[in-house]
Design a binder for this molecule. Structure first.
Ligand code: TRP
Length: 339
């Protein structure tokens, strides 16, 4: 199977995406992105990465980086990404990412990188640690994408600007030398793309705030999940209807619809005349049932560290072989001596 992925068939488009091992993945990450990734391998040639190199642009303890990385890798497989049908790997295990990042730095303008919204936001959040890595973050992301001749990049809407920058870099390089990189396209999943905090439905459900009662984590116990849903903010009205002045209820309806694979209108119809307490319990139960098999599969994987390492090595081997082809071309075109 590995070789099938490597020699990707001509008619299958390539998908690449990655997720940073910062914080604890939430139901929002699951419904907005991860749940779709497993099913994509029928139609696409898929490569998924744990973007551990991206995780150190903000301060992180070594033990947290280590644990988060292992957890996320196991979780990707637990949510349904079959390592026999996809390439799954740790970004830092494939050296080509750092190498291409350095090369691409020289085809990225300071001004265009400085305009990145995420850089500006993160700089404001941590003014004591505006490091060059934080600034370079989108160039490393461009390297991730371009190494694999990617057609489609499934991302959250906050990452579209980075994919745009990646396209600009690719275009600049292709024009300067000759066609080298495929032009990737960013794609935001429609349903469940944005899940908000259960306690503050104006804020995105954040994976970094572990103490937050507003975030449901994929690996939360059923009891914790139920408690969080039961305490979700609603309003003084009593109608289970989505509306701009009912953000809490709207968020819960979105979550329920995404969990059950139905439309919000269908969810509204299902809860017509239902009281808020019952509604919140039902949403909680749907989340518990949906996440149960994920947690079980995850626990089994984490019980066998040797197997996890083996899966990481196999994924990195395949990824490295694909990446090496692009990287070699890039070195040659720039004029580096290759022997
Ligand atoms: N920056 C992305 C995020 O924060 C994660 C990421 C790193 C990524 N490299 C990537 C996403 C390449 C898509 C493609 O979500």
């Amino acid at each position: 199977m590995e070789t099938m992925t490597e020699n990707k068939s001509e008619n299958k488009k390539r998908v690449f995406s990655a997720i940073k091992p910062t914080g604890n993945p939430t139901l929002g990450n699951y419904l907005g992105a991860m749940q779709y990734w497993g099913g994509m391998s029928d139609e696409y040639d898929c490569i998924f990465s744990v973007a551990d190199l991206h995780a150190i642009t903000v301060a992180i303890e070594p033990k947290d980086l280590r644990e988060n990385s292992k957890r996320l890798f196991a979780l990707l497989i637990a949510v349904g990404i079959d390592p026999e049908k996809n390439v799954v790997f740790m970004q830092s295990h494939v050296r080509a990412h750092c190498e291409l990042c350095w090369l691409l730095n020289n085809y990225t303008m300071f001004g265009e990188a400085r305009r990145m919204t995420q850089f500006k936001e993160k700089s404001e959040k941590a003014p004591e640690n505006i490091n060059v890595g934080l600034f370079d973050y989108p160039v490393l992301m461009a390297a991730d994408i371009l190494l694999y001749q990617t057609d489609i990049v499934p991302v959250g809407d906050d990452q579209l600007q980075h994919v745009e920058l990646c396209r600009n870099i690719a275009e600049r390089f292709n024009n300067r030398y000759s066609p080298t990189f495929k032009m990737p396209e960013g794609k935001v999943p429609k349903a469940g793309a944005r899940i908000y905090s259960l306690t503050d439905p104006t804020a995105k459900m954040g994976k970094s705030d572990s103490g937050d009662a507003g975030a449901v984590f994929i690996l939360d116990t059923p009891e914790t999940i139920m408690r969080k849903f039961k305490r979700a903010v609603t309003d003084s009205d009593a109608a289970v209807k989505a509306s701009p002045d009912k953000l809490g209820i709207t968020n819960l309806l979105n979550i329920y619809a995404a969990l059950c694979g139905i439309t919000v209108a269908a969810a509204e119809a299902e809860f017509d005349g239902c009281d808020y307490a019952t509604f919140k319990t039902r949403v909680g139960e749907a989340a518990v049932e949906r996440l149960r098999p994920v947690r079980e599969k995850y626990d089994a994987l984490r019980r066998d560290d040797g197997r996890l390492s083996e899966l990481m090595r196999a994924g990195a081997d395949t990824a490295a072989r694909i990446a090496a082809r692009t990287l070699e071309k890039v070195y040659k075109k720039i004029g580096f001596v290759r022997t």
